[in-house]
Each structure stands twice: as C-alpha cells, then as structure tokens.
Design a protein around this ligand. Structure first.
Ligand SMILES: [Fe+2]
Ligand SMILES: [Fe+2]
Length: 198
C-alpha cells in the first residue's frame, strides 16, 4: 500500500521516491528501516482516522531525519535561528525533533507546520497535538519492529481510539523512566499533565 502512494498535493517539492532517497542518505540502514516501518504504520493510522495520507507519509519519512547528526549541527542551528537558548541544555533526544524540524526546513524544504510539529513533538509529545502529530507519535511507538512488553495492547488501543493510544504511551514512558530513575524531560511532564493527569 505505501509503495503505491504518489504525492500529488505539492506539499513538498520532492516525490516520495526522492524523499526516501534523501532520508536514506542521512541515516544508518537500521534507522532507515525503522523510518519505513513508521511510515507504513502512520499510513495505516492515517487511513483509519481519515488524516491526509501524504502528510502522514512525509512526516513519518522525515521524523528521524536529523537523529544521527552531531551535536554541533544542532547547536549551530539553535544559534543561527535564535531558537530558545534553553535548548542548548538539551541533548540529541530533544534536538532531533525540535531542532531537527529546522534542519528539515533548511535541507528538505518542508514548510508545512503540521508536519513540522509532528517532527518537533514526536519524542515527548505535547499538551496539544493535532491528529497528524498524534499519528506520528504513535506510529513511532508501535511500528512493526517494536516488541516491548505491552506493544500489542498499545497497538490495539491506538487503532480503537487514537487518544487512548497517546495516553497509554505517555503513561508507560513516564512510568518506565521513573522505575529506572532516569531523567524525564520537562516537556514530557507537561504532556503527561495535559493528557493523563486527572
Ligand atoms: Fe525520533
Ligand atoms: Fe523514530
């Protein structure tokens, strides 16, 4: 199904095939394969929730475009675009989404704000997420290569009700981090408070 998708809406200047080639050059083979699986899952979700398929495909294909960049690339981008200086204290996990969106604009000429927000928010989620953002957030979590405890439940929930899937992921992730005494990004806590906390 995903191989037959042809971009017709002029959301970006590239064909799907060209975009795939550009992404392939930017990441390792294993990450590239993850990206293709995220696209396949994002397209399934977009179909079932009637979200624009081309946007879902583009957002999925670019979501980890910047993941393997060196730290200095992100720091340079934060400085030259005068992004929030607090971002300088973050690391790759946050940068590849929030700052990655800027690199995607510069290098791939993706300008659609919904797509860019889906990239920005795919790691920690966000208090407010569009359907497209929710789809990319979930597709990254439940793509067919994932096999953590509870992934089947996550998939089932997500296809039943997208928002339930989002809540499940946020809660599981925070729980996982707490159990291992790991650092939680403040933006992930904001997401938790907006989506899960009663
Ligand atoms: Fe990512
Ligand atoms: Fe990813």
């Amino acid at each position: 199904m995903n191989n037959s998708l042809i971009y017709e809406q002029k959301i970006i200047k590239y064909s799907r095939k060209e975009l795939i080639e550009l992404v392939k050059k930017a990441v390792s083979t294993s990450r590239f394969e993850h990206i293709l699986r995220v696209e396949a899952m994002a397209l399934r979700l977009a179909k079932s929730y009637q979200v624009n398929l081309e946007k879902a495909s583009i957002a999925a294909l670019v979501h980890d475009y910047a993941k393997e960049r060196i730290d200095q690339d992100f720091i340079d981008e934060i400085m030259s675009k005068k992004l929030d200086p607090k971002l300088l204290n973050a690391n790759n996990a946050i940068w590849h989404g929030v700052v990655g969106a800027e690199l995607i604009k510069d290098e791939l000429e993706v300008w659609d704000e919904d797509i860019l927000n889906a990239v920005r928010h795919h790691t920690t989620g966000s208090p407010e997420m569009s359907m497209l953002e929710q789809i990319i957030f979930m597709a990254d979590y439940i793509e067919e290569g994932r096999n953590f405890n509870g992934v089947d439940e996550a998939r089932q929930l997500t296809f039943n009700n997208l928002q339930d899937g989002v809540r499940f992921q946020i809660k599981q992730t925070i729980q996982y981090l707490i159990e291992r005494s790991k650092n939680i990004y403040p933006s992930a806590i904001d997401t938790y408070n907006a989506w899960v906390a009663k």
